[in-house]
Design a protein. Structure first.
Length: 76
């Protein structure tokens, strides 16, 4: 199963998103990027293993703003 990276606007949203997704059975890691760009907010992302579409819907319903999404890859 591939990983999806959801870039979020703050560390608070990363922590909220991690808790939410884990409650729904996802494996989630928070990653901090020291090389953040203008569009990456504070440089935090959620690396999520599981159904990306469902994860995205859960985050959106919780009001967690996603800045960018990258699909695929092997995770951490």
């Amino acid at each position: 199963m591939d990983w999806t990276t959801f870039y979020v606007s703050s560390v608070t949203n990363a922590m909220r998103g991690k808790k939410l997704l884990e409650q729904h059975g996802f494996t989630v890691y928070i990653k901090h990027s020291s090389a953040q760009g203008e569009t990456d907010g504070c440089g935090y992302s959620l690396q999520v293993r599981g159904d990306a579409k469902t994860a995205k819907q859960l985050l959106a319903r919780a009001g967690i703003r996603l800045l960018r999404i990258e699909h695929g890859g092997g995770g951490l």
